[in-house]
Design a protein around this ligand. Structure first.
Ligand code: SAM
Length: 278
């Protein structure tokens, strides 16, 4: 499994190049797209098609090649295969047939966006693309509204306005959103603002609605209040044994909930007469 660039062709690792050069065949999501990358790298390895609609047959073909002692790399059009891209079905078949699968890490739009946005969170949850239909999309968002970690979505330019409008409609407006577009490309931009300012920013310029997008939405700040039982129980137990600060730190690690939300909860518990250490 070989990661390829998400825009800038220089974002490919030396190990990825070595692997693509040395394998007997490369299974690619779209052979026309990959041919351009391989030509750029001066690689002439044979290409096999392995896209969303033929992944099972491709998997069989790959297993046959591996059984003959050949080596095969799998790449997608951009970034890390199997991340909102084909690959997982092939890997499952290959593993089931008893062959070793090696991942050659590299670019992915998820990690690239998170690294540049500066939205601190103990955890993040990646959801891929939100449903196309508004009703389904908003139902899914409603189910994510109380999640504490950073919520990460992919989106295409033709749906970016509807998608952000749904997030704004369902989540609280004072959360921040990171809108990362065209990462690693010429017009790369990572804009961070309050959710209730996001639609105005999109309206400001046609360019703001162009390109490929990753959306990063801050988690629910008072997630403890929304679903209290599990995290509160963890806090109560830790507070019986540890000083407040240490209990909060450990509870944050265990539950993935932000420290400041847990700190407030811990203070409340203490004031209510909890028997934690001072
Ligand atoms: N496998 C890829 C990865 O590891 O990131 C993702 C493939 S998915 C089919 C394509 C989506 O990823 C795009 O619609 C966009 O949401 C996101 N994406 C890919 N490249 C991007 C880039 N350069 N800037 C921002 N988002 C990007």
């Amino acid at each position: 499994m070989v990661a390829t660039p998400i825009g800038n062709l220089r974002d490919i690792t030396l190990r990825a190049i070595d692997t693509l050069k040395s394998v007997d065949a490369i299974a690619a999501e779209d052979t026309r797209v990959s041919r351009k990358l391989l030509a750029h790298l001066g690689i002439q390895t044979n290409l096999i098609s392995a896209h969303e609609h033929n992944e099972r047959e491709a998997a069989q073909k790959l297993v046959t090649l591996l059984s003959q002692g050949k080596s095969v790399a799998l790449i997608s059009d951009a970034g890390t295969p199997a991340i909102s891209d084909p690959g997982a079905i092939v890997v499952a078949h290959v593993r089931a047939a008893g062959f070793r699968v090696v991942s050659i890490p590299g670019a992915s739009a998820i990690t690239t966006a998170i690294a540049a946005a500066g939205l601190q969170s103990e955890s993040f949850c990646f959801h891929g693309f939100l449903p196309v239909r508004k009703g389904e999309r908003e139902k899914m968002l409603a189910a994510l509204k109380a999640q504490p970690g950073l919520q990460v979505f992919y989106e295409a330019p033709h749906r970016i306005v509807e998608c952000i409008a749904s997030i704004v409609a369902v989540f609280e407006g004072d959360r921040r959103i990171g809108i990362a577009r065209e990462l690693t490309k010429l017009f790369e931009q990572v804009h961070v603002c309050r959710l209730d300012e996001a639609l105005a920013w999109l309206e400001q310029s046609e360019n703001h609605r162009r390109g490929e997008f990753v959306l990063l939405v801050e988690g629910c700040a008072d997630a403890v209040e929304q679903d209290d039982s599990g995290p509160q129980h963890v806090l109560e137990i830790l507070l019986q044994e540890l000083p407040l600060k240490q209990a909060v730190g450990l509870a944050a690690e265990i539950t993935g909930i932000k420290k400041n939300a847990l700190y407030e909860k811990a203070l409340k518990l203490k004031n209510e007469g909890g028997d934690e250490k001072k």
